[in-house]
Design a protein around this ligand. Structure first.
Ligand SMILES: Cc1ncc(COP(=O)(O)O)c(C=O)c1O
Length: 511
């Protein structure tokens, strides 16, 4: 391994020589005036959503493909991807006249498959995850004598992405930048940006941002080695990678100052923020870095700083927008969700609303239960952030209402709010699980078939949040003596899942 100075030298030269502008735009670095005012810092957005394929990925792909010798090009290239990399490779292939085969998981939304085909690439649908597609692509490299174009773990790809760092430094002409926030998946983007920026201006901080449920670089930094995550969340599909790249980690371990983790609500709020300033809708991975930037300001309390963020892509599925708007309110600390226990008698709802006072109620779910008390699921609009929520909860408790704060309770936000009133009597040995599985036609049926008929399903709630993934809440009756067997069955199913049997929202509304 070269020492770290040599490493920077190598990448700097590669970035300066990178061929990207034959196909990529030098995108704008926009000043986000609304957000800057609101957060009392100077916030700059690098608009990679404005590339011809609506993401930065064509920079690396084109640089790699244009570096291939003529005879290698003629044989063709192959890549595995479910989205942005595929489009980058396909466009570059057309420009360079190289035949391209893209292996995509069968779960890829039709719109993305069509976009890749329209750019002239051949598409092979294989398997149901990115890993399946990637394994198949690597087999085909041998069989068909093709060149593999990695989405991130390649010096030329990293150098292509590094041109974004170079542009940011050229375009930011105010006082010196304090930090650049970069979304991280396999790490190609952050490695390229860090290599350039740390060579030219070492005191500008490079801060990686990852979803809490896909912390590839974060986990590798903690363990001081690359780790393979058992499962990753797929909401921000552009960065849903199980392991940081080898070459990218070599750079990131030395030149990334910090890595921040953000949740889905924070990402949705950041999509909303970018929309407010630019009237453009980013995909989740595209707004990820801004979510981290906002968290950084909240944590450090910094003011008047020059902060840049990379809006890395805008390939958003339209049918996911409903989910994003629903979650962005909480991400902006604009809504609180609570379970409140009120007396089961006439007039108690009115009395409760009286205590809520001027707050707008965004949601109120309740069903009679033949008991002395009723649990209501309440959403309340906040204008003063979570501090206001704490005050409201204190006020309610003061009036002897029992309150459980559900604002950060993933299961309650996704499922319970749509299920309130469904308490069942005489159900024994029920356990509750939340699942995520890749969405495609027939996916729910496949899921149900996978569940088999061994145990009784006592509760089922499914919401389709757009074509990327499905989320299911399932109650299953499993006697204690069959728990081990059931656990083995769950692990074999292969879906991401969380046990929710101890979740307070379950106990209050469904059990
Ligand atoms: C929109 C978007 N943002 C960020 C990333 C992460 O890039 P990298 O894998 O180089 O870390 C990707 C990767 O495909 C992406 O599509």
């Amino acid at each position: 391994m070269p020492n770290s100075n040599e490493l920077l030298n190598t990448y700097l030269k590669k970035i300066l020589q990178a061929r990207v502008y034959e196909v990529a735009e030098k995108t704008r670095l926009d000043y986000a005036s609304t957000l800057s005012r609101r957060l009392a810092n100077h916030i700059w957005i690098k608009r990679e959503d404005m590339q011809p394929v609506f993401s930065f990925k064509l920079r690396g792909a084109y640089n790699k493909m244009s570096s291939l010798p003529k005879e290698v090009r003629a044989k063709g290239v192959i890549a595995a991807s479910a989205g942005n990399h595929a489009q980058g490779v396909a466009l570059s292939a057309t420009k360079l006249g190289i035949p391209a085969l893209i292996v995509m998981p069968k779960t890829t939304p039709e719109i993305k498959v069509t976009a890749v085909r329209n750019r002239g690439a051949e598409v092979l649908l294989h398997g149901s995850t990115y890993d399946d597609a990637s394994t198949r692509a690597k087999q085909l490299v041998e069989q068909r004598n093709l060149t593999y174009v990695s989405p991130y773990d390649d010096v030329e790809v990293i150098a292509g992405q590094g041109t974004i760092g170079m542009e940011i430094l050229q375009q930011h002409t105010e006082e010196k930048l304090d930090a650049i926030f970069v979304p991280v998946g396999g790490g190609g983007l952050i490695a390229g940006v860090a290599a350039y920026v740390k060579y030219v201006c070492p005191d500008i901080k490079i801060i990686g941002v990852e979803p809490e449920d896909a912390p590839t670089l974060y986990a590798a930094r903690q363990a001081q080695r690359r780790v393979i995550l058992d499962q990753v969340g797929i909401f921000a599909d552009g960065v849903a990678v199980r392991q940081i790249g080898k070459l990218t980690f070599e750079v990131a371990r030395h030149y990334v100052d910090d890595v921040l983790l953000v949740n889905t609500d924070e990402i949705c709020a950041a999509i909303n923020d970018i929309f407010d300033d630019t009237r453009t809708i980013m995909e989740p991975a595209g707004a990820l870095a801004l979510a981290g930037l906002k968290q950084y300001i909240r944590r450090t309390g910094c003011q008047g700083r020059q902060l840049a963020t990379i809006a890395s892509g805008a390939n958003m599925n339209f049918d996911r927008l409903g989910y994003v708007t629903e979650r962005s309110e909480i991400g902006k600390q604009g809504e609180a969700l609570m379970a409140v226990t009120i007396p089961e008698r006439p007039g108690s709802f009115r009395q409760f609303c009286h205590v809520i006072g001027q707050h707008v109620i965004t949601e109120f779910n309740y069903r009679y239960e033949e008991e002395r008390e009723a649990h209501v699921f309440v959403g309340v609009r906040l204008t003063g952030g979570f501090a206001e929520k704490e005050l409201l909860i204190a006020k309610l408790r003061d009036r002897r209402y029992s309150v459980v704060d559900l604002t950060e309770n993933e299961m309650a936000k996704t499922h319970i709010r749509h299920l309130v009133g469904g308490r069942a009597k005489g159900i024994f040995n029920e356990r509750l699980y939340r699942f995520e599985f890749p969405e495609r036609p027939g996916a729910l049926l496949l899921f149900l078939t996978g569940m088999g008929q061994r145990w009784n399903i006592s509760l089922f709630h499914y919401r389709n949040h757009g074509s990327a993934y499905g989320r299911v809440l399932v109650g299953i009756q499993v006697p204690a003596e069959q728990l081990i067997e059931f656990q083995i069955f769950l692990d074999k199913l292969g879906y991401a899942y969380w046990e929710e049997s101890e979740n307070l929202a379950y106990q209050l509304f469904l059990q």
